[in-house]
Ligand binder design. Structure first.
Ligand code: 5GP
Ligand code: ZN
Length: 115
């Protein structure tokens, strides 16, 4: 599994930067966004350093599917019942700030801070 020593999400996955973690397995880590847009704002992050959604290929299909399937499960566990928004920002024009693939999952009663 590849890691980038300068990448903030690699450091969170390795535990060298703290986070409010809600889920972890061999391939994925999930934690609360530090600047939430919604009452519940999670980031689903592969532990491998994959730069963005643009880098995904057929070999990542199972991993990407697991990210997708995990989102509703965690929202249920967090008590989110009114729906949620999933967002993946990709590259400069996609507004991506952290260059390590992540899926935002936002839910909870509106109004939200953003989004
Ligand atoms: P992007 O624009 O790349 O899709 O979103 C990056 C997200 O990561 C932002 O919502 C930002 O608040 C969040 N973020 C950046 N640094 C940290 C951090 O150190 N810890 C946590 N928990 N979230 C972070
Ligand atoms: Zn990384």
């Amino acid at each position: 599994m590849s890691h980038d020593p300068n990448c903030i999400f690699c450091k969170i996955a390795a535990g060298t930067i703290p986070s409010r973690k809600v889920y972890e397995d061999d391939e994925l880590i999930v934690f609360h966004d530090i600047a939430p847009w919604a009452p519940v704002h999670l980031l689903i992050v592969p532990k491998a350093h994959i730069v963005s959604h643009a880098e995904l290929t057929d070999e990542h299909a199972a991993l990407a599917g697991r990210m997708m399937v995990l989102a509703p499960k965690l929202m249920r566990e967090m008590g989110v019942t009114g729906g949620f928004r999933t967002v993946i920002n990709t590259g400069r024009d996609g507004g991506q700030e952290v260059m390590h693939l992540h899926m935002h999952v936002m839910g909870g009663p509106r109004p939200w801070a953003r989004g």
